[in-house]
Design a protein around this ligand. Structure first.
Ligand SMILES: C[S@@+](CC[C@H](N)C(=O)[O-])C[C@H]1O[C@@H](n2cnc3c(N)ncnc32)[C@H](O)[C@@H]1O
Length: 243
């Protein structure tokens, strides 16, 4: 299967904003406090689900994304047309100014397909920060126990004329998951794939150390929930070293 930095946007952009994502307000509160006046850089800004309300909170936000389709959807939104966005691959990027905050949310660190690309993303993010600036990464907590013989299927939604099924295949040796979200309707089948490499929190901490950052806080969610064995989500805050 050929999966690259454009695939997610080309397959998901038309339905993305209609998906049942959690409301952005807790994330925006969390990020606005850390921005300390900004500017802030969102890696993989997408359609601006977080960036648009963060700008409304008074934070100057810049964005990076690899997908013309996702950036196009951002541009159609009120408040999205003026956010400076650069088309770039977050696995290796440079910016021409320093930020007090960089953030990468909604599991998108996992969109990078190898440990090497993920580490390179941490290195690029650290280089975009002022000394003492913060890098926030939010992702689901990996749970290999949900797979039986490395497969998993679930019915997410169904009615008389449709069913939405997710079928996943897991490779524990590479920490990769291929997801297929299958929409069956009367007379049609649509496939929405996602291919990801999950990262353990401890592995992220090492990537941060190698990039010249350190973990300063870790939560189980945007409301500051404790991170523990029951956490389904991980919000990690790294700080760039002073020198
Ligand atoms: C799940 S969406 C998240 C968008 C947004 N951050 C949000 O919270 O709604 C993933 C985004 O990552 C972008 N993306 C995936 N791989 C990328 C890469 N290698 N470089 C830059 N952007 C990438 C996609 O185009 C898409 O906009």
């Amino acid at each position: 299967m050929a999966w690259d930095a454009q695939t997610y946007g080309s397959r998901w952009s038309e339905i993305y904003d209609g998906l049942p994502w959690p409301g952005p307000h807790q994330a925006v509160d969390f990020l606005a406090k850390l921005a300390e006046g900004g500017p802030a850089l969102e890696l993989a800004i997408g359609t601006g689900r977080i960036a648009v309300p963060l700008v409304e909170r008074g934070v100057e936000v810049h964005g990076l994304d690899s997908s013309d389709e996702m950036i196009g959807k951002l541009r159609e939104k009120e408040g999205g047309e003026n956010i400076p966005v650069t088309k770039a691959d977050i696995s290796n990027f440079t910016v021409d100014q320093e930020f007090s905050l960089a953030f990468l949310v909604l599991n998108t660190i996992y969109a990078l397909q190898s440990q090497e690309e993920q580490l390179s993303c941490f290195v690029s993010a650290a280089a975009a920060l002022k000394p003492g600036g913060h890098f926030v990464v939010e992702a689901f907590m990996p749970d290999p126990t949900r797979f039986r013989r490395n497969s998993w299927t679930q019915v997410h939604d169904m009615g008389l004329d449709h069913v939405l099924i997710e079928a996943d295949r897991h490779d524990p040796s590479t920490q990769q998951i291929l997801e297929q979200h299958i929409h069956l309707k009367q007379g049609s089948v649509e496939l929405f794939p996602a291919f990801l490499r999950y990262v353990w929190p401890s592995e992220m901490d090492l990537m941060a150390r190698l990039a010249g950052m350190r973990l300063v806080e870790r939560f189980g969610g945007w409301a500051g929930e404790p991170f523990n064995a029951r956490s389904g989500n991980v919000v990690s805050v790294f700080r760039r070293d002073a020198s």
